[in-house]
Design a protein around this ligand. Structure first.
Ligand SMILES: NC(=O)c1ccc[n+]([C@@H]2O[C@H](COP(=O)([O-])OP(=O)(O)OC[C@H]3O[C@@H](n4cnc5c(N)ncnc54)[C@H](O)[C@@H]3O)[C@@H](O)[C@H]2O)c1
Length: 344
C-alpha cells in the first residue's frame, strides 16, 4: 500500500516510518515542511532501517501544493496525517498560527482524499480535547470539561470536521487516535523528540536537567490528591504509538472497521506521577535529577490516564514498552542529541 505520511520527519512521524518499514508491505512518502524538524532525520532513519525513506518538502497548509502533489501521485491509498503545530503554550500566544496551520492542513488533505477517493486515513488527535476529567480512566465517550487551549481546540475541531466529512463518504475510512503523553525515543538513540524551543514537557526536562543543560527542574505541586502529591499522566512510548498506526492501517485496509470512522484512546492506561517518572529515570540511568517542588501551575489537571481497552479489543494493539524503557531510551537520545538547545 502506498501511504503518504504528513509530518513524517517529526517525532511521532519518524518513528512511524520505521515501524511501517519493519512491518513491510507499505511504500511510504513523507511530506513535511520542516517547521519543527529537519530533513536529516531521514538519514538517521536510513541508518536504522537500511533504507532511505521517500520524502518531499511540502507545506500541507498550502492548498495548491497539496492538490498538485496528490494529482501527481495517484497511487496513494492511505494517509497518516501528523503535520500540525503542537505547542499548547505557543497556541495560547499565537492562536491564529494554530487555527491556520492545523485546520487548513487537515482540510487540504481531506480535499485530496475526496478528489482521489483515498480509502484510508489516520488522524493524530490528543487527550487534550478532554480537558479536566472527574471520571477516570478516560474512555472515548467521557465528557470532560472541554478544551483549555487553541491547540486542543484545533484537535477537537479536526475531529468534528472528520466526523462531518466521513458521514458524507461512507465508503471511505478513518481512524482517529487520541494520544496521551508520548515520550521516549527509538531504542537506537538515533531519533527522538527534537524540540526547537526550550521544552516544557516532563521527559525532555528530566533528561536536560540530568545532562546539565538545565541546572534544576521544577515539579509543579506536591499537594495534589494523588499517591505522592504530584500530577499523574499516562506516558506512552513513542514506538508503541508508532506501532498502533501500523495496526490501524492494517485494520483499515482489511475493512475490519465497525463504522467508517472510529476513535481510539492511545495510552498505556497506567497513571504515573511526576515524582515516579523522575525516580524511574534515576533508577535506570544511575543519574541524579536536581529537582525542586514549586507551586502548582495554572491549567494543570491533577490526574489523567486512559482506558485503552477499545483499541485493544478492536485492533489488537497493546503497549510493550515499560516506563523504565521510556526513560532509558529518552536518555540515550538526549546523549546523542545535537539540537540548537544542546549547543546553547
Ligand atoms: N507529541 C505529543 O505530545 C502529541 C500528543 C498528542 C497529539 N500529538 C499530535 O501528533 C502529531 C505529531 O506530533 P509530533 O509530536 O510528532 O510533533 P512534531 O512537531 O515533532 O512533528 C510534526 C511534524 O509536522 C511538520 N509540520 C507542521 N506543520 C506542517 C505543514 N504545514 N506542512 C508540512 N509539515 C508540517 C513539522 O515540521 C514536524 O516535522 C501532531 O498532529 C500533534 O498535534 C502529539
Amino acid at each position: 500500500m502506498q501511504v503518504a505520511v504528513t509530518g513524517g520527519a517529526g517525532y511521532i512521524g519518524s518513528h512511524t516510518l520505521i515501524e511501517l518499514h519493519n512491518k513491510g508491505g507499505f511504500q511510504t512518502i513523507s511530506l513535511d515542511n520542516y517547521s519543527n524538524s529537519t530533513p536529516d532525520t531521514y538519514d538517521r532513519i536510513a541508518q536504522i532501517t537500511g533504507t532511505l525513506p521517500y520524502y518531499e518538502k511540502l507545506n500541507t497548509a498550502d492548498a495548491k501544493a497539496v492538490e498538485f502533489f496528490f494529482d501527481q501521485n495517484k497511487g496513494i491509498e492511505g494517509i497518516i496525517h501528523f503535520a500540525a503545530d503542537k505547542s499548547v503554550g505557543e497556541s495560547v500566544e499565537n492562536p491564529l498560527k494554530y487555527y491556520h496551520n492545523n485546520i487548513a492542513s487537515l482540510v487540504n488533505i481531506l480535499k485530496a482524499v475526496e478528489k482521489h477517493q483515498i480509502k484510508n486515513f489516520i488522524f493524530s488527535s490528543s487527550c487534550s480535547i478532554y480537558g479536566n476529567i472527574d471520571d477516570l480512566p478516560v474512555r472515548e465517550e467521557t465528557q470532560g470539561s472541554g478544551t483549555e487551549s487553541p491547540y486542543a481546540e484545533t484537535k477537537k475541531m479536526g475531529e468534528r470536521i472528520l466526523s462531518d466529512f466521513y458521514k458524507k463518504h461512507p465508503h471511505l475510512n478513518c481512524i482517529i487516535l487520541r494520544y496521551f503523553n508520548p515520550v521516549g525515543a527509538h531504542e537506537s538513540g538515533l531519533i527522538g523528540e527534537l524540540p526547537l524551543n526550550i521544552p516544557n514537557n516532563l521527559v525532555p526536562v528530566i533528561t536536560r536537567t540530568a545532562a546539565g543543560e538545565q541546572a534544576q527542574m521544577l515539579v509543579f505541586g506536591d499537594d495534589y490528591n494523588t499517591r505522592d502529591g504530584s500530577c499523574i499522566r499516562d506516558y506512552i512510548h513513542v514506538s508503541d504509538i508508532a506501532n498502533a498506526h501500523v495496526l490501524a492501517l492494517d485494520h483499515l485496509n482489511t475493512g475490519k472497521l465497525n463504522k467508517n470512522i472510529e476513535t481510539y484512546n492511545l495510552g498505556t492506561g497506567e497513571g504515573v506521577s511526576v515524582i515516579e517518572a523522575i525516580k524511574s529515570f534515576e533508577k535506570v540511568t544511575g543519574e541524579k535529577v536536581n529537582y525542586k517542588v514549586a507551586p502548582k501551575r495554572e491549567g494543570d489537571v491533577e490526574a489523567i490516564f486512559s482506558d485503552s481497552s477499545k483499541i485493544l479489543n478492536e485492533i489488537g494493539w497493546k503497549p510493550i514498552y515499560s516506563l523504565d524503557d521510556m526513560m532509558l531510551s529518552a536518555w540515550k537520545w538526549q546523549q546523542n542529541i545535537n539540537s540548537p538547545i544542546a549547543n546553547n
